[in-house]
Write a protein that binds this ligand. Structure first.
Ligand code: AMP
Ligand code: ZN
Length: 464
């Protein structure tokens, strides 16, 4: 059984997709007004973990992530630099895609952009006006939250205290100012606008996710994600718009990750604790260590970024890399030892089960490290054989479909002929036939393989 914590119900729920074997996933993407910071990547890596786990569990996943390329912040940024909105956002869009690659975040199936879906948004706003959920005021269109009794359910807000008809224009606002929100904003001097049947203007931020989620995934989907700051007002407003328009449930499972803070404080430019991925790469951070750091704390816990904790994550990852290296570069006696392969299977099933329990990554990694400890101890006692090492490496590759932290281009395994030569050399050494041992070592070296005799046995390396 798979279960997730659903923000809507505030409880753990068994996960059942609308269509068997298929998951429709929508994740709120970047507002491309600047380089994403590492907090944004916590959200995207949590979503990547979720998606990779669903794929491992055998689901087909259809994933849409929007790109917000028109909102208050992008418009302000473009105006400040005196360039068009498109020119301004293009730079950050390509930076975003580069970052996704280095962090090994699987690409979504579709990245719809707000500016390319204005007609979809206009159609929805028109429909909300026609059905009486929205109204005009001074050329802008607002959603009337009083007309939608379920408003506030996701963010757990009591509507009783609201003043009817108070309005808010900005794209982002606090819970304390729950108001009718803008669906369509009347054109303002010096701002980009579209001529549409609603009048000349531009969309509010929230309507884009309702319109684009429906365009690619249909009016009802399985999972919608974001960071906790998206719960209110963004996701609350998405529910109101979509359900008022379509008259059916918008999203079955809402999953939100908690924030990343830096040295215990909110990231902000003025505090000087604001890091983009680029900042960290410039300091020599390996992006895959950062990926491992970001994914190894449970998504519903606040995560405190410090350079010390990043170092700890790096060291933990190194333990896994060393283990893989050892298995790939040692020679083993033919055959299999009792138990080792079943330990590998057990580790994999514990790993899967932990993730099925609301992505319990701590328990999943504990299963992995326990396994590494156990196998290392067997390795030191020469209790691992050739078939076992193959099975262990296969299990680790399976697990890396979710973690994506192992080296991407691993050296090819040695051909059986070369393995045979290494074994012959070991035999020669045991028999004190050093001339033969040396000749074999020399032959291997001519063929690009160098040998290293360690306490635990012989290891091989390719000469670069
Ligand atoms: P934005 O570009 O601000 O719309 O944010 C993109 C995603 O990053 C959203 O899912 C946000 O909820 C998430 N996010 C923003 N700040 C943080 C943070 N400090 N920690 C975790 N997620 C965040
Ligand atoms: Zn969104």
């Amino acid at each position: 059984m798979i279960r997730f914590f659903n923000t809507l119900s505030g409880s753990l729920e068994e996960f059942r997709p609308l269509k068997e074997g298929e998951v429709r996933l929508y994740t709120c993407g970047p507002t491309v007004y600047d380089y994403p910071h590492i907090g944004n990547y916590r959200a995207y890596i949590f979503e990547d973990l979720l998606k990779r786990f669903l794929l491992l569990a055998g689901f087909k996943v259809i994933h849409v992530m929007n790109i917000t390329d028109v909102d208050d912040k992008t418009i302000k940024g473009a105006a400040r630099q005196g360039v068009s909105l498109q020119e301004y956002t293009a730079k950050y869009i390509s930076a975003f895609f580069e970052d996704l690659k280095v962090l090994r975040i699987m690409p979504a199936d579709i990245y719809p952009r707000a500016t390319e879906h204005i007609p979809d948004m206009v159609r929805m706003v028109r429909g909300l006006l026609d059905r009486g959920y929205a109204y005009y005021k001074d050329g802008s269109v607002y959603f009337s939250i009083q007309k939608f009794p379920a408003y506030g359910r996701l963010a757990k807000i009591d509507l009783e205290e609201l003043k009817a008809g108070a309005r808010v224009d900005s794209d982002e606002y606090e819970k304390e100012s729950v108001h009718d929100f803008a669906l369509w904003k009347k054109a303002k001097e010096g701002e980009p606008f579209w001529e549409t049947e609603l009048g000349s203007g531009r969309p509010g931020w929230h309507i884009e996710c309702s319109a684009m989620s429906t365009r690619y995934l249909g009016p009802s989907i399985d999972i919608h994600c974001g960071g906790i700051d998206n719960i209110f007002p963004h996701h609350e407003n998405e529910i109101a718009q979509s359900e008022a328009y379509y008259g059916q449930k918008f999203v079955n499972y809402w999953l939100h990750c908690h924030h990343l803070v830096v040295e215990g404080e909110k990231m902000s430019k003025s505090r000087g604790n604001f890091y983009t991925l680029r900042d960290l790469l410039e300091r020599g951070v390996d992006p895959v260590d950062l990926r491992f750091f970001l994914l190894s704390t449970h998504y519903r816990k606040m995560l405190n970024f410090t350079f010390d904790s990043l170092e700890q994550a790096k060291a933990s990852r190194q333990r896994i890399l060393d283990f893989v290296y050892e298995l790939e570069h040692r020679t083993f006696a033919a055959g299999s030892a009792s138990e080792v392969q079943s330990l590998a299977e057990k580790m994999l099933s514990n790993f899967r089960e932990a993730l099925a329990d609301d992505l319990n990554i701590s328990a999943a990694l504990a299963a992995l490290f326990e396994f590494i400890r156990e196998i290392n101890s067997r390795l030191s006692r020469e209790q691992v054989k050739q078939d076992d090492s193959v099975a262990i490496l296969r299990a680790l590759a399976e697990l890396d479909r979710v973690l994506a932290i192992l080296p991407e281009k691993r050296e090819d395994a040695l051909s059986p002929e070369l393995m045979e030569k290494i074994e012959q050399r070991q035999k020669a050494r045991k028999e004190k036939n050093f001339a033969l041992a040396d000749a074999l070592r020399e032959e291997l070296s001519q063929r690009g393989i160098i040998l290293e005799d360690t306490k635990e046995g012989v290891r091989w390396k390719r000469i670069k």
